[in-house]
Design a protein around this ligand. Structure first.
Ligand code: HEM
Length: 401
């Protein structure tokens, strides 16, 4: 598996070094500058070039979900399935619910959920207090929303959050994973089992009591008749996880960006129409999914002139691509008014993010409400960050500025 020296540049980089979590940009720049495709001595290929990431995403027949994605989500979850007909049959069960009409119908619910969560926060801040806005607002909001969509009882939300957080930390012990011994991986497996048991109960319940929720939709779909309960479970579990973990981190990045930039807060308060551009730029600039793994499906797949063997793992460094100077002018600068062009945060192609429209709506509503209710605020203590694969603040203590 190891390439010979002449084939490609090599580096020995620990992507998961906790010392880089708050500011991974120098590390990512050094990988990008080493070349379009770099062998990491830790045992995998990586690229931080936007163009190369796009090439790989454009070729799902050569670069598939085998490897980390399949082991994280289960081989029968559609995020892991490369065969188009089966992938699309499963994804299509939920496509309308995540389209713009389905998502806009949820706006009143999301606004109410923000009010419920934000009232106490606003009161404490107004009284001169400090609040961990990650714990109180950013983390629970997307979980409340996806729970509602999936018919999960509100009192289960904290439990779902704990399971999801453990799943998100699966790779925090480093990559490639020592599946037998890595404590972070084993903790995530335990959380997946518990979440799986809960979802199996939900599947049984919804068979007898169908509703309008996403679990009922999957259970009652035509494709469900061809599937085992295990396959149904992994598909539902991937959605519950993806629907809350990533968006929470995006909201956290938005808070930190706004807290550090009074001019930006002022401009967005004046012109709320700019909020969608602002949250999009936060996603390019800070990213959430930093590590997107792909497995080489057959010998000889070419990337940047290197022929890769079947089974090789290649990591698309999406956050590094978001700061690739070959695509973005002054990429390290947050620029609300930069020329619009697509970033890779939601990727594209076969496995493009199903929840992108929902996440964008939540980010827009959250930012609008925050700026109206807490016009000026600052970070009161150093922000802490969780694991690099899905990078985002773990805690953000704020106070009124
Ligand atoms: C900031 C928020 C989000 C980010 C950055 C994000 C990012 C991503 C990325 C990078 C992928 C591609 C994975 C791959 O190709 O291996 C993906 C796929 C997916 N996402 Fe998201 N996501 C977000 C929010 C959501 C939400 C809110 C949901 C659902 C409620 C969701 C559901 C999914 C699903 C089901 C897939 C698999 C799609 C497929 O394989 O066809 N995501 N997401």
């Amino acid at each position: 598996m190891k390439p010979d020296d002449a084939v490609a540049p090599r580096l020995n980089v620990d992507l998961y070094d906790p010392g880089n979590l708050a500011r991974p940009w120098d590390m990512l720049r050094s990988i990008r500058e080493a070349g379009p495709l770099v062998w990491n001595e830790q045992g995998f290929w990586m690229t931080g070039h936007d163009r190369v990431c796009r090439q790989v995403l454009n070729s799902p027949d050569q670069f598939g979900q085998e490897g980390l994605i399949a082991s994280l989500f289960g081989e029968e979850a559609f995020i892991s399935i490369d065969e188009r007909a089966m992938h699309n049959a499963l994804r299509n069960v939920w496509v309308a619910a995540f389209g713009s009409r389905g998502v806009e119908r949820l706006v009143p619910f999301v606004r109410d959920a923000i009010v419920d969560l934000a009232d106490g926060v606003v009161e404490e801040l107004s009284g001169g207090g400090q609040v961990d806005i990650m714990a109180r607002l950013c983390r629970p909001l997307p979980a409340v929303v996806i729970a509602r969509m999936m018919g999960v009882a509100p009192d289960m939300v904290p439990v779902v959050i704990a399971w999801s957080d453990a799943m998100a930390d699966a790779t925090s012990g480093g990559f490639p994973i020592d599946y037998a011994n890595d404590p972070a991986w084993l903790a995530s497996e335990a959380a997946k089992r518990d979440l799986g048991d809960y979802i199996r109960d939900q599947i049984r319940y919804r068979r007898g009591n169908p509703g309008e929720d996403l679990v009922s939709m999957m259970v009652g779909s035509d494709i469900a008749r061809t599937l085992s309960d295990e396959a149904l479970m992994v598909n539902i579990r991937q959605l519950l996880f993806a629907g809350n973990e990533t968006t929470a981190k995006w909201l956290g990045h938005i808070v930190v960006t706004l807290a550090e930039d009074a001019d930006l807060r002022g401009e967005l308060r004046q012109t709320a129409d700019l909020i969608p551009d602002a949250v999009e730029e936060v996603l390019r600039w800070q990213g959430v999914t930093q590590v997107l793994p792909r497995g080489v499906m057959k010998d000889g797949a070419q990337v940047a002139g290197v022929a890769l063997p079947q089974g090789a793992q290649i990591i698309l460094l999406i956050g590094a691509a978001g700061r690739d100077p070959a695509r973005w002018d002054a990429p390290d600068r947050f620029d609300l008014h930069r020329a619009k062009k697509p970033h890779l945060a939601f990727v594209f192609g076969l496995h493009s993010c199903l929840g992108a429209t929902l996440a964008r709506m939540e980010a827009r509503e959250f930012t609008d409400a925050l700026l109206r209710r807490v016009p000026d605020f600052r970070v009161a203590r150093p922000v802490t960050f969780g694991n690099f694969s899905l990078r985002g603040p773990a805690s953000i203590v704020i106070e009124r500025a």
